[in-house]
Write a protein that binds this ligand. Structure first.
Ligand SMILES: *[C@@H]1O[C@H](CO)[C@@H](O)[C@H](O)[C@H]1NC(C)=O
Ligand SMILES: *[C@@H]1O[C@H](CO)[C@@H](O)[C@H](O)[C@H]1NC(C)=O
Ligand SMILES: *[C@@H]1O[C@H](CO)[C@@H](O)[C@H](O)[C@H]1NC(C)=O
Ligand SMILES: *[C@@H]1O[C@H](CO)[C@@H](O)[C@H](O)[C@H]1NC(C)=O
Length: 688
């Protein structure tokens, strides 16, 4: 095995129809035996078996339960594979057998035995090895390799097919150690021209049978067609039958730009294929698993109050939810406390960590939260949720649980950007690499559940996985990597698969950049950084209707429309009172911005509270489009007032509604007497 897992999921060939006919009676599919070595049943191994089963391959697994001695990515190894193969072959007597020997942790079948055998026969040799673009482990052997007319020149030990007697002959001389390199052993046989001829070995240089992906990502694309997926090697125009996601040896990276979902929809709709991975039919109301929600507040973040309001509306029984809240910011303590005081009692349990008197940092809090679930026998899932995530889909938790996967994230994106909370591929150094289909997935042109090498911000982990594979306490800790990357690399190195689903729309993530904390209601300043969140919080829910509907006109040429939510009005007023430096002639009204004489008011200008730019943007985004609609070329202000020339009054102003009318020339007006309380008016003069 050259790598432990592969980010190609070849999960689903639901409607695969093979049209090839087998003209070789003496080489029937039932004579093909697939041999593979797997000492542990990783997710990658299960995936391999699923694809083998789907195409009706007969598979014999060698080394089950044995301790793996054959090295890992870091060092050449794999001698154990040859020893196990040799032992297994010695027991086999039927000379007619054809043997396919391949890795399994990072391999999937793309087609069935008939096609494989046909291509094997067409190769005209007794043993056919997979080929590699890169030579390893010993580059000095390059010159000894025979030249090939077209295609890859080097041998790949990760997969070969051959007739039993020839394969037996090939491994007969094996006397190496388990940690010796199988790659080197087979390479030496191949570059020995006598042995090559006598055993009758060739390479599958153009990837007709085997596709090794190491160094060849650019050659391979996925074809989604007729409800079926295949990899195509575009360099040689071939459709390989076996796809092997071997990767670079450094950093334990499984790199693979191309992956195939467990479940995917393809025009005709969603298909779920594999019994052992079939999503749960739906959680029984009586048996909701106990889930620990880990909420992480790691920086000053906008709309934290909204986050908690949304958390309350998550569709899941609260007595089946445990809360673990890490708050690094004293700025947010009030919001956390207020949520817990009002609603904490509804939940199964709660624990808050940070910020004061506590040296837990953001990495150790993640380790701690995960471990609380790991140690609690009742805890069945850990749902990690960063506070900047905006989960719009109230059923998210149920949907994820129903996927029945070890680790699964709902795909979220940043409004209007290609940013998302998963990576399609890794670079050789373990950083982000864009996969061929990343954009299609982010934009929803390909929909499914995708096996990916990195997820972040929001994901669900099965507690079983914490107790069997991710048993180490410090999965988020690393000397060189951030917590998110350290976690994903821990997961990958344990051979556990991570998935992301874009089968529903789940929500988005906010930007935490440029978040000011010096105001009372800092969220008001978010119109630039998080315009979608600003709109949802502050712009009246019926604002968008006015572009279609007729706008109310209480007086001639006076337009009346909903603009702000109640919350926006309260926040503006509280913000101004908080600032407190009212100035002007006095009177019953307080005006935000201002500057004209008929209305007795005291004023605060937007620029006094540092809101001029935001206010201007608000006018441009929400008021300007209307002025263009109703007065092509003319603009003005709003309030609660009487238009003297028309002897017409708007007497019961509605909170958050705006009045818009032409200015003083035609609509000279006065404020009506305030009969009780304080009236707050926000005023703007719009200049065309
Ligand atoms: C596998 O075998 C089953 C039963 O013999 C058959 O129904 C199915 O079509 C086969 N699958 C393929 C991909 O050939
Ligand atoms: C290799 O095997 C093929 C098929 O069995 C045979 O036709 C060919 O002559 C053999 N080549 C050599 C060099 O033995
Ligand atoms: C928005 O309009 C609908 C339909 O007229 C109304 O029922 C609802 O109360 C309005 N929302 C608000 C916040 O006024
Ligand atoms: C203004 O209108 C009111 C009633 O709508 C009426 O009683 C009043 O006489 C009018 N005033 C003028 C100056 O027209």
């Amino acid at each position: 095995m050259k790598s432990l897992s592969l980010w190609v999921v070849w999960g689903c060939f639901c409607f695969a129809h093979l049209t090839l006919t087998n003209s070789e009676e003496h080489n029937a599919p039932e004579d093909l035996l697939v041999l593979t070595v797997a000492t542990t049943e990783t997710d990658g191994f299960k995936r391999f078996l699923r694809s083998a089963k789907h195409f009706n391959y007969t598979v014999k697994v060698l080394g089950r339960g044995e301790k793996w001695q054959g090295g890992d990515y870091m060092t050449p190894g794999g001698g154990q594979r040859i020893r196990l193969l040799k032992e297994a072959l010695e027991e086999m007597k039927e000379q007619e057998k054809t043997v396919l020997f391949i890795d399994s942790y990072d391999v999937v079948f793309a087609s069935g035995p008939k096609e494989l055998l046909k291509k094997f026969q067409q190769a005209g040799h007794r043993v056919v090895f997979s080929s590699e673009t890169l030579i390893w482990p010993d580059r000095h052997l390059e010159d000894k390799h025979p030249h090939v007319r077209e295609g890859n020149r080097f041998l790949g030990a990760g997969g070969f097919i051959g007739y039993l007697p020839n394969v037996k002959e090939m491994v007969a001389d094996w006397a190496g150690e388990d940690h010796d390199s199988d790659q080197l052993f087979f390479t030496k046989i191949y570059i020995n021209s006598e042995k090559r001829k006598s055993i009758n070995i060739t390479l599958d240089s153009k990837c007709r049978l085997f596709q090794n992906l190491n160094g060849a990502l650019d050659e391979v694309v996925l074809k989604f067609e007729d409800s079926r997926v295949r990899a195509r090697n575009v360099m040689y125009d071939t459709l390989p039958v076996v796809v092997h996601g071997n990767g670079p040896t450094k950093l334990q990276v499984n790199y693979l730009g191309n992956y195939i979902p467990m479940v995917w929809t393809f025009e005709s709709g969603c298909t779920v294929c594999h019994q052992d991975q079939r999503p749960l039919a739906g959680i029984q109301e009586s048996a909701f698993p106990l889930v620990m929600i880990g909420i992480f507040i790691q920086q000053p973040t906008p709309f934290v109050t909204v986050f908690f309001e949304r958390l309350l509306t998550l569709q899941y029984p609260k007595n089946r939810l445990q809360l673990f809240i890490y708050n690094q910011e004293s700025h947010h303590t009030k919001q956390v406390d207020s949520f817990l005081t009002s609603h904490g009692g509804l939940y199964h349990s709660m624990k808050v960590v940070g910020p004061a008197g506590d040296d837990t940092d953001s990495v150790s809090s993640r380790n701690l939260g995960l471990d609380m679930c790991r140690q609690d026998k009742e805890c069945e899932y850990f749902f990690s949720l960063d506070v900047e995530v905006v989960l719009k889909n109230k059923d998210t938790l149920k949907i994820l649980i129903e996927q029945n996967l070890p680790i699964v994230a709902p795909m979220i994106t940043r409004a209007g950007r290609l940013w998302s909370n998963f990576w399609g591929a890794l670079s050789a150094e373990g950083f982000y690499a864009r996969s061929e289909d990343y954009v299609d997935i982010v934009q929803g042109r390909r929909v499914g559940v995708w096996n990916v090498p990195y997820i972040s911000n929001v994901y669900l982990v099965k507690a079983d996985v914490l107790r069997s594979e991710l048993t180490e306490y410090g999965v988020f800790s690393s000397d060189t990597q951030d917590a998110d990357m350290a976690f994903c690399s821990s997961v990958r190195s344990q051979g556990v698969f991570m998935y992301v689903t874009n089968m529903h729309s789940f929500g988005r993530i906010m930007s935490v950049e440029n978040y000011q904390t010096q105001h009372l209601h800092n969220d008001l300043w978010q119109i630039f950084e998080n315009p979608v969140d600003f709109e949802e919080r502050y712009i009246h829910e019926n604002y968008s209707l006015i572009m279609q509907d007729k706008i109310e006109t209480p007086c001639p040429d006076v337009y009346w429309f909903p603009l702000f939510t109640d919350v926006a009005c309260d926040h503006f007023v509280e913000e101004m009172e908080h600032y407190g430096k009212w100035s002007g002639g006095g009177g019953a009204d307080k005006r935000i911005q201002g500057g004209y004489e008929n209305v007795p008011t005291i004023d605060i200008h937007m620029n006094q509270v540092g809101y001029a730019g935001e206010w201007h943007k608000m006018l441009l985004d929400y008021v300007a489009p209307l002025t263009e609609k109703i007065f092509p070329g003319y603009y003005t202000k709003g309030g609660g007032c009487r238009f003297i020339r028309y002897n017409c009054s708007v007497e019961a102003p509605r909170k958050g509604w705006a009045l818009m009318h032409p200015g003083r020339l035609t609509h000279y007006h006065e404020g009506l007497r305030t009969t009780g309380g304080v009236r707050y008016i926000a005023i703007s003069f719009l200049d065309p």
